[in-house]
Ligand binder design. Structure first.
Ligand code: NAP
Length: 435
């Protein structure tokens, strides 16, 4: 019975769901030996470094990942970077198929003046910072002003806005990085405004995320009721046939009608404002917007310009892939046809389809790509070779090494009533993770 060797690059949800789909496709004719390569010393991708710490239920999918990793034919190669420690050509030579699951980690830019000022940063920096990603520990997140603006009307903007606006005591029992939790406790930010360039009817938030806002214990959430009613009138004809739109607008309307509790902390969601310029001499001081209007479902600028004073601007307007040497990119993703890139090379997840969809989306998406991969698999498997002799790095974190890190974090966290206390320093992770 042939054992096919499959390399997956990137230990996030798309990588694990691809491994799971391969494991589920084994039968009396073929077995899959899966090697999962990850640049960081820790796996789980966005489940560890992206999902907001106040959403612990979403992180429970990590149990599924660990079950996939418990298969005797599965190996983790953490702290192995594609292009540095191993090349795409070496992987293609040594494996029957290679699957890129590298995500998209680069924040898209607004491209407006002032975007480079201190105090203006991307969600692609802010989110991994509060999640303890070891590359972002030293990210400068100035929380010493009163007003923060978050640009974008998607769930990442919502996460950023919520994390800035909530009472940090609500984070004490979460796995927020220790340094970020301390910074949130010291934070002077009291007014957070999430800003969408189009109308409420075009917002990319999903309704569960909107509906949970009034549950913030010490934060008032402000949405204009008139703004939502106006949007409902504009899309009245679409509401019956479009459940998602109906749910979103209903959820926003409910939030807009919830009475103010006179909390000092405020989270507002404003619509129809296009950012034009971030203003400040040495750091962010304000942001200027063009007011937009919607006519016949088309959004266009009015002549009105408004300026909001702020000390922090977080841009949450989507992501693009970090280029990998030897792989062609276009429009922020890997060039592919339904996940097929080249001879025995495939791509899954955000690197394949762009930065959209929730974690579960990757399950069906990966499974579709694996079906294609299986259909193209040659009848004979490649000769077995020892990949660890090829990797140019002697501090590989294996599955048992990662388990040591995982157990230490959970043990330290449970002692203080948290799910885990993340280790955030490369050297500590690497020394603890040696077998
Ligand atoms: P997203 O859902 O695509 O939202 C991006 C937002 O940025 C949109 O509102 C978009 O507005 C806006 N935008 C884009 N370019 C802009 C510009 N130049 N100026 C101003 N605004 C601009 O992306 P995301 O928030 O990064 O989320 C990515 C995916 O992860 C989504 O599928 C999301 O649902 C998912 N996610 C889920 C959760 C959760 O389940 N809790 C949490 C986080 C993320 P336009 O529509 O006008 O282009």
């Amino acid at each position: 019975m042939p054992t096919y060797r499959i390399a997956i690059v990137g230990a996030g949800p798309a990588g694990y769901f691809s491994a799971q789909s391969l494991q589920n496709s084994q039968d009396e004719n073929r077995v899959f030996a899966i090697d999962l390569f990850e640049r960081l010393p820790t796996p789980w991708g966005l489940v560890r470094n992206g999902v907001a710490p106040d959403h612990p239920k979403i992180k429970s999918v990590s149990k599924v990942f660990e079950k996939i990793a418990s298969d005797p034919n599965f190996q983790l190669f953490g702290n192995v970077e594609l292009g540095r420690d191993i090349s795409i050509e070496q992987l293609k030579e040594n494996y029957d198929a290679v699957i890129l699951a590298t995500g998209s980690s680069v924040g898209r830019k607004l491209g407006i003046p002032g975007e480079e000022l201190p105090g203006s940063l991307s969600a692609a920096d802010f989110v991994p910072w509060y999640n303890g990603h070891p590359d972002y520990v030293n990210c400068d997140v100035p929380l010493n002003g009163k007003n923060a603006i978050v640009i974008g009307a998607g769930n990442v903007a919502m996460d950023c806005g919520r994390m800035l606006a909530l009472d940090p005591a609500e984070l004490d029992s979460t796995d927020t990085a220790d340094y970020a939790l301390a910074a949130f406790h010291q934070s002077s930010i009291r007014n957070v405004t999430i800003v969408g360039r189009r109308g409420p009817e075009h917002a990319a938030f999903t309704s569960p995320e909107i509906r949970e806002l009034p549950k913030l214990e010490n934060t008032d959430v402000i949405i204009s009721e008139f703004g939502i009613e106006s949007a409902k009138i504009r899309v009245a004809e679409q509401l019956e046939g479009n459940k998602e739109l109906r749910n979103n607008l209903e959820a926003m309307l409910e939030v807009s009608q919830s009475p103010s509790r006179n909390h000092e902390r405020k989270l507002a969601i404003n619509f129809l404002l296009t950012p034009l310029e971030i203003i400040g001499s040495e750091k962010v001081e304000a942001i200027r917007f063009a007011r937009n209007e919607v006519i016949n479902d088309k959004v266009s600028a009015t002549s009105e310009i408004i300026e909001l004073p702020c000390n922090l601007v977080i841009t949450a307007i989507g992501y693009q892939v970090l280029p990998i040497p030897g792989v062609e990119f276009a429009n922020g993703k890997v060039v592919n046809e339904n996940g097929h890139v080249a001879e025995n090379l495939y791509v899954v997840g955000w690197a394949k389809r762009g930065p959209n969809g929730v974690i579960g989306t990757n399950k069906s998406d990966s499974s579709d790509v694996i079906k294609l991969l299986l259909a193209k698999l040659p009848s004979a498997a490649k000769e077995n070779s020892d990949i660890s002799k090829i990797i140019k790095n002697h501090r590989v974190i294996t599955q048992p090494g990662w388990q040591k890190i995982n157990e230490a974090e959970v043990e330290q966290g449970e002692a203080v009533g948290k799910p885990r206390r993340k280790l955030t320093v490369w050297s500590e992770l690497l020394s603890l993770g040696q077998e």
